[in-house]
Design a binder for this molecule. Structure first.
Ligand code: AMP
Ligand code: MN
Ligand code: MN
Ligand code: MN
Length: 277
C-alpha cells in the first residue's frame, strides 16, 4: 500500500526544514507521495517539487489557508493546486499581509507578561519574513525557558485567552475554497477534530463547505488523537467527503506525528487520492 502523506510544512512557513530537506526526510521515512502544504504560502513548491523528483518521491502541490469561521480560526487545505494561479496568489498575499502587525502585537502582549523582545526573538526562527507564525514565538519562548515543549507553550501563552494571544481575522471560508478551486485544486477541511465547535456547528461548517464545492476532510492527521480517526471516518462517510491523511509535520521531534509513524486511513472511507494514480 502506498504511503500518501498530504499535509506538511517547511521553513517557508512555520516548519524548520527547507523544502528539499523535508522531501529527503519524508522519503527516508517511507513516504511514497508527499503533499507540501505551507501556511498561506506557495513559495516552497518549486523547490519541493524538484527535490521530490530527485529522491523518487511523488509530489502534490498544496497550501493550508487560514480562515475565520464562526469566530474561530479554521484551516482549509488545498491540494493539487496550480501554484502560479493569480487568483490564489492574490488571496494568499492578502492573507499573509496582517501577520507582521499581529506579530508585533503578540510581542507587546508577551512583554507585559514578562518576556520582552519576543518579536526579535521569534524573527530568528522565521524563514520567510512574510510568514511570521505563532510557532516562531513558541520556539523563542521555549528558548527563554518559559515552557519546555510546543504543546505546553501554546497552552500557557499562545492559545485563546492566554497572555500572548492576539485575535486575528483571516479570510472567509468562501474565499479560501474559491481561491483553491480557481487554482484547479481540491479543498479539504484540515484537522476538523482540533476546533472547539459543538457537533451542531461542526455540521454547519461541513454543510457550508460542501455547498461551496469542498470535497474532503482530514481523517488521519498528526493533529488528531487516534480515537478521533474513526469519528472523522464516520463523518466523512456521512457527509460524502473524501478522506485525507497527513502528518502535519513541522520539524523532527517537534510535531505530534512523524512520517514513519502515521497509521493508514481506516477502511470504509474513500481516500482523496483514489483516482490520482
Ligand atoms: P498561526 O497561523 O500563526 O496562528 O499559527 C498556527 C500554528 O501554530 C499551527 O499551524 C500550528 O503549527 C501551531 N499550533 C497551534 N496550536 C498548537 C498546539 N496546541 N500545539 C502545537 N502547535 C500548535
Ligand atoms: Mn503550523
Ligand atoms: Mn493547521
Ligand atoms: Mn498544518
Amino acid at each position: 500500500m502506498l504511503n500518501v502523506d498530504l499535509h506538511s510544512h517547511t521553513n517557508v512557513s512555520d516548519g524548520v526544514l527547507a523544502p528539499a530537506a523535508v522531501a529527503k526526510y519524508a522519503r527516508q521515512a517511507g513516504v511514497d507521495v508527499w503533499g507540501l502544504t505551507d501556511h498561506d504560502e506557495v513559495g516552497g513548491i518549486a523547490a519541493g517539487r524538484a527535490a521530490a523528483a530527485a529522491v523518487g518521491l511523488g509530489f502534490v502541490p498544496g497550501v493550508e489557508i487560514s480562515i475565520t469561521w464562526a469566530n474561530q480560526t479554521v484551516h482549509i487545505v488545498g491540494l493539487r493546486i496550480d501554484e502560479t494561479n493569480p487568483v490564489l496568489l492574490a488571496g494568499l498575499g492578502a492573507t499573509r499581509s496582517g501577520r507582521d502587525a499581529r506579530g508585533r502585537e503578540i510581542s507587546a502582549q508577551l512583554a507585559k507578561a514578562g518576556y520582552p523582545g519576543a518579536y526579535e526573538g521569534a524573527l530568528k526562527y522565521v524563514g520567510n519574513p512574510d510568514l511570521m507564525s505563532r510557532t516562531h514565538f513558541a520556539r523563542y519562548l521555549i528558548e527563554c525557558g518559559a515552557a519546555s515543549n510546543i504543546g505546553e507553550v501554546f497552552r500557557k501563552f499562545l492559545s485563546e485567552g492566554k497572555p500572548g494571544y492576539v485575535p486575528h481575522r483571516w479570510a472567509s471560508l468562501e474565499e479560501a475554497v474559491g481561491w483553491i478551486k480557481a487554482a484547479g485544486g481540491i479543498a479539504v477541511v484540515a484537522h476538523p477534530g482540533r476546533y472547539k465547535f459543538s457537533p451542531l456547528a461542526e455540521g454547519v461548517l461541513f454543510d457550508e463547505f460542501k455547498q461551496l464545492g469542498g470535497s474532503a476532510i482530514e481523517v488521519v492527521t498528526g493533529s488528531h488523537t487516534p480515537d478521533q480517526y474513526p469519528v472523522y471516518a464516520e463523518l466523512a462517510r456521512r457527509y460524502g467527503f473524501l478522506a485525507s491523511r497527513g502528518t502535519d509535520f513541522h520539524a523532527p521531534g517537534e510535531s505530534r506525528a512523524d512520517f514513519a509513524l502515521l497509521p493508514p486511513l481506516p477502511s470504509g472511507v474513500k481516500p482523496i487520492w483514489h483516482d490520482w494514480f
